[in-house]
Design a protein around this ligand. Sequence first.
Ligand code: PLP
Length: 235
Amino acid sequence: MDRIAELTYQFSLIESSIRDAEVAANRSPGSVHLLAVSKTKPASDLEVLVRLGQKRFGENYVQEAVDKIHALSEFDLEWHYIGHIQSNKTKIIATEFDWVHTVDREKIASRLNEARTGEPLNILIQVNVDLAETKSGIAPDNLKQLAEAIWALPNLRLRGLMSIPDPVSDDDLKRAHQKLKSLFNELKRCHPTPEIFDTLSMGMTNDLELAVIEGSTMVRIGTALFGARPPKDTV
Ligand SMILES: *Cc1c(COP(=O)(O)O)cnc(C)c1O
C-alpha cells in the first residue's frame, strides 16, 4: 500500500473505533474528539489526514511543530501542545498553539498568560493521577489551587484536565481514568464558567476504548494512526 492509502485506512479504523466506543458507552455520537498525535511525522502525512477532514493535531516538540504549523498554514487547523513545557519555550508555545494540555505549574501558566495576545489560549491541567514519581503532572491535592490561579489569568481559558497514566494493567488504567473524571467533576462544580470546562483529554492508542467508557472527550492517538515512532519518542 502507498502511504496515502495506508493513512486513509488507519484513519477510518480509528474513526470507527471511536464511534463504536461512543455507542458502547452510551455517549452521544461525536462527543469524543480525535486528536491526531503527529510528533516525528512529516507535514505530508498530516496533510493526508487534513484532506480526510481531520482538524486537531497534537505535537510534543516545539521547533518541529512550528515548522509543520507554518507548512500547513493554508488550512484551518487546531494545534495542541502536548509535550513537556520548558520555561524558555512558553512564548513560542503561547504564540503558535491553540491549546496546551500539559500545564502543571503556576509559573508556566503565568508565563503563557503574559505571552498570549488575541483569543485566550485553551488550557488543560495535567494531573499525575497515579502519583508516579518520575512523571510530570500536578498531584491531585494541589489541583484546585492551580485551577484558581489559572481562572485569574485573562489570556488563558481553563478547559479541562489531561493525564498520561502509566501503561499498567487494564484495572489500574480504569482506576486512573475514573480518578481523573471525578477530579474533573469536582472542579467543574466550582468553575466560575462551568460551560467552558468541557474537555477530558485521556486515552491513547492502547486504551482508547477504556478511556471513552470512562468519559474521555478527547483521545490522543499517534501510533494507531501514523504507525510506530523511533523508540526514544514513544512518549
Ligand atoms: C506520543 C503521545 C501520545 C500518543 O501515543 P500513542 O500511544 O502513540 O497513541 C499521546 N499523548 C501524549 C502526551 C504523547 O506524548
